[in-house]
Write a protein that binds this ligand. Structure first.
Ligand SMILES: [Mn+2]
Length: 420
């Protein structure tokens, strides 16, 4: 599969239809792309459209709004986009035309944003919606002003406003947790590109190399394939820097005898990979490093073995923690099994998709089509050593399937690659 592949228009059409089916009659729902966050002064962070808005529309254009309305006879789907503006575009780049927005989203009714408030007021006046849905978890500024606008309209017109207001986020979670074949294919492609980046890093590992040099090997490889931004900030942590889970200051050198923890991922067509590996600076693990590595791998195998429909993420944590406790006891580190929490710092799995920590119900029972990371980690401060190994799996009818199968994970495979 090409790293340039994208989600199809049908994917977005289907997502909206599935959402409309979940909405009761007389429902009005709004989602927005939001706008870039200010970095400082007149600088902005890169725009990254709200992922639920993108999931429903296929549109990245900032400030765009999706309106869905459902009554007994029909449903209505309208996409509002900023008007084309040659002076704005001279500085800031192309804005989607109505034709382009229609083609990408599969929505026929594309209007400019300046007609949004008027149409919303018309719908309130003529259709008198029974329910108004918005995503209460959407963090952006545009989402917050939309919520304010809806609240005002509802309070102006409704007898019992509190009963009219509904949170879209549980429905978005329900839909987004189950991945389509297209999403699975793109996550697999993202793990393929991640592998290329890891191989480039491996070639650059040597005593004295700076963490940022390895990081740039990875990100250069992704950029060469058209992925200008990784799925999340790349982690490269040498030696005891691995004891900081979200290590973001990669300015140290990797010394002979140390391990390098990497936690990184490419993005293809909007879908994320999330992979962690441990690389020995010398190309070989010491006996003690290997002992810990094999224990973390055993935890991971335990997770692969138990993940199937019907269990919950908490069950994966419990099972892995048990394997970790047995191993740590053998290694003489535990007085009692409950001490395992001193070394087992984080959960094993999270959902993965358009977001690297994809939205989910924490208590959700696993179902086929869900995608999870499997990333047990064991951290031993008294050894100045910690590590996690992370792969991505899709839940199937009776178990799980590795989406990142192509990325070597056994210690001897990694040693072989690093010595070649
Ligand atoms: Mn992860």
């Amino acid at each position: 599969m090409s790293y340039k592949n994208k989600l199809s228009t049908d994917f977005f059409v289907n997502n909206r239809n599935r959402l409309l089916e979940l909405l009761s009659e007389g429902s009005l729902a709004l989602l927005c792309a939001d706008r870039p966050v200010i970095r400082s002064a007149d600088q902005k962070h890169d725009h990254f459209a709200d992922r639920s808005f993108f999931y429903m529309s296929g549109i990245e254009q900032e400030e765009a709004i999706l309106l869905l309305y459902r009554n007994e006879e029909c449903s209505r789907q309208v996409l509002f986009i900023p008007a084309t503006d040659s002076m704005h575009e001279r500085w800031n780049g192309h804005r989607l035309s109505r034709e382009e927005a229609a083609a990408a989203s599969g929505i026929d009714e594309i209007l400019y944003l300046d007609s949004f408030e008027g149409m919303l007021a018309d719908i309130f006046a003529s259709e008198k919606p029974s329910y108004v849905w918005f995503d209460k978890s959407a963090p952006g500024q545009q989402a917050s002003s939309l919520r304010q606008l809806m609240l005002e309209l509802v309070h102006r017109q409704a007898q019992a406003p509190a009963q009219m207001l509904r949170d879209l986020s549980p429905l978005l979670i329900q839909l987004r947790m189950i991945k389509s074949q297209e999403e699975l294919d793109l996550i697999r492609a993202a793990t393929g590109l991640t592998l290329e980046g890891i191989l480039a890093m491996m070639r650059a590992v040597k005593p004295g190399v700076f963490e940022y040099q390895l990081l740039s090997e990875f990100e250069y490889t992704l950029a060469q394939a058209g992925c200008l931004k990784p799925a999340f900030p790349t982690i490269v942590a040498a030696g005891d820097n691995a004891l900081c889970l979200h290590y973001m200051t990669p300015f140290d050198q990797a010394e002979a005898g140390e391990l390098i923890q990497i936690d990184l991922g490419a993005e293809v067509g909007g879908l994320c990979a999330d992979i962690s590996r441990v690389l020995p600076v010398d190309g070989r693990f010491s006996p003690r490093q290997l002992e810990l590595y094999e224990l973390v791998r055993a935890c991971q195998e335990e997770a692969f073995a138990i993940i199937k429909p019907g269990i919950k993420i908490v069950d994966i944590n419990t099972a892995c923690r048990k394997v970790a406790a047995e191993g740590l006891r053998r290694m003489g580190l535990l007085k009692q099994d409950t001490d395992v929490v001193e070394y087992f710092w984080h959960g094993v799995s999270h959902h993965l998709g358009l977001d690297v920590h994809d939205i989910s119900h924490k208590e959700a029972v696993l179902q086929p089509g869900m995608v999870l990371t499997v990333e047990p980690g064991i951290y031993i401060p008294e050894w100045s050593m910690g590590m996690r190994i992370e792969d991505d799996v899709a839940v199937t009818e009776n178990g799980c399937r590795l989406l990142s199968a192509a990325i070597p994970r056994e210690a001897h495979e990694i040693e072989l690659l690093m010595q070649s």
